[in-house]
Design a protein around this ligand. Structure first.
Ligand SMILES: O=C(O)Cc1cc(O)ccc1O
Ligand SMILES: [Fe+2]
Length: 433
């Protein structure tokens, strides 16, 4: 399946795609009758009046309009939580977690969603929700959409087939995908099990970060973002549509597959990106730059240069900095930093931060290299060095990130995390006078 899928390329392009010839109206969006007796439906993820450069909407030509569905009834939220998190007090303590195990009992993507943290307010459309998914079976006869935010998938293990209203995408570890707020989809597993991270963005949709003086190429290049071609299901049955809305889970009956879009045009659609395509920029002289050089996607907050959420990665790369302490520096930051590890080893933490694991360093909470890394890097022979076998990422946000009760009290929490800095020695050689 993975190799057969076709994609269209270019971040935020105005795409046109049809699964049947002539299904897409030419020269207008809403003709009196649509070819094949399809229904036209506009799907907007920005306000109608958003400036043209940010405006995102698509026109979907579908077998039935979305209004043909049952009434919603509330479902158990399971371990899914939404900002604001009020069930526990947010401590400033630096936090770290082991990976969440894949369950033994049959668990699909929705059942296996566990919220680790959130900030802002879904209702106010600011901030993010941070989730882990652990699944061992495909969603069967049920479909999902999230009205609270767009969903950034960061797979850590296994391969997913994302069947969406706009068509199909596959993603595996080392790739990411974003599904816009409101798009209906079904997650199928192409491997026996799957685990990954989700950043649910309640705020402004992700954009590509500015390049500044770097110029017109580099970092995440627009052409490497891939969008699905139209693909539809024309099936009837006793299906379920699940919605996340205003922090709660709901379900309704639906007698057909909602993935019945035969053609679509527009710029609001799911997309995927291979993180290996990220063109890394870094120092070729000295000092460790701020991690903003690794930003793949950014959701602006309304204050220039201050993100609702920045998604940054720490990929394989060369390190050549001279006379420099090369790993991440000790620091305290107004921004709050939630990290995960897709594979390998992260340069600031050689122990305890393992693939599938997570850490949270909140606003002004100090962090940096663990004691052994500090010693090693302070005395290392500084030669050009290739950082291989490493792929960490960070969700960095201007709003304090509140862990859930599960995150604070669950078995994955490493309650001894801060021990990793406790053996840092006083090494002062001066004297007071
Ligand atoms: O805390 C971290 O590990 C993330 C991070 C990485 C880096 O290279 C510089 C600053 C920073 O916050
Ligand atoms: Fe940091």
């Amino acid at each position: 399946m993975a190799t057969e899928l076709k994609y269209m390329t270019g971040f935020g392009n105005e795409f046109e795609t049809e699964a049947l010839p002539g299904a897409l109206p030419i020269g207008q969006f809403s003709p009196q009758k649509v070819k094949y007796d399809l229904y036209a439906e506009q799907f907007s993820t920005t306000a109608f009046t958003a400036p043209r450069a940010q405006n995102r909407r698509s026109w979907l030509y579908r077998i039935r309009p979305s209004v043909i569905q049952g009434d919603y009834i509330a479902m158990d939220n399971g371990l899914i939580r939404t900002a604001p998190i009020t069930e526990v007090v947010t401590p400033p303590t630096m936090l770290r977690w082991n990976p969440i195990d894949i369950p033994q009992q049959p668990t699909d993507f929705i059942d296996g969603l566990i919220t680790m943290a959130a900030n802002g307010s879904a209702n106010g459309q600011t901030g993010i929700g941070i989730h882990v998914y652990v699944a061992n079976k495909s969603m069967d006869g049920r479909y999902f959409y999230n009205a609270d935010g767009e969903m950034l998938f960061v797979p850590q293990q296994g391969e997913l087939l994302l069947k969406t209203e706009c068509g199909n995408l596959t993603i595996k570890a080392g790739e990411i995908a974003v599904i816009p707020r409101g798009i209906k989809f079904q997650v199928q597993l192409l491997t026996a099990t799957a685990r990954g991270y989700i950043c649910e963005n309640y705020g402004h949709q992700y954009e590509l970060a500015e390049r500044g003086p770097v110029g017109s190429n580099g970092f995440a290049n627009d052409r490497d973002f891939q969008y699905p071609v139209a693909a539809f299901e024309d099936i009837e049955g006793k299906f379920e549509l699940v919605a996340k809305f205003n922090g709660n889970m709901f379900r309704c009956d639906i007698g057909h597959s909602p993935l019945d879009v035969v053609a679509w045009t527009g710029n609001s659609a799911p997309y995927k990106y291979d993180l290996a395509r990220f063109n890394v920029m870094n120092t070729v002289s000295f000092d460790h730059p701020d991690p903003s050089i690794f930003t793949v996607l950014t959701s602006p907050s309304g204050t220039e240069g201050v993100a609702n959420i920045d998604f940054a990665i720490f990929p394989p790369r060369w390190m050549v900095a001279e006379n420099t302490f090369r790993p991440p520096y000790f620091h305290r930051n107004i921004m709050s930093e939630f990290m995960g590890l897709i594979e390998g080893v992260y340069d600031a933490k050689e122990h305890g931060f393992v693939p599938g694991g997570m850490s949270l360093h909140n606003c002004m909470s100090p962090h940096g290299p663990e004691a052994d890394v500090f010693d090693k890097a302070s005395n290392a022979q500084l030669e050009p060095q290739r950082y291989d076998n490493t792929l960490a990422f960070m969700f960095e946000s201007r709003y304090i990130i509140s862990p859930t009760k599960y995150a604070l009290e669950g078995k994955e929490r490493q309650t001894n995390y801060t021990d990793c800095w406790r053996t840092i020695k006083k090494q002062f050689t001066g004297s007071q006078g």
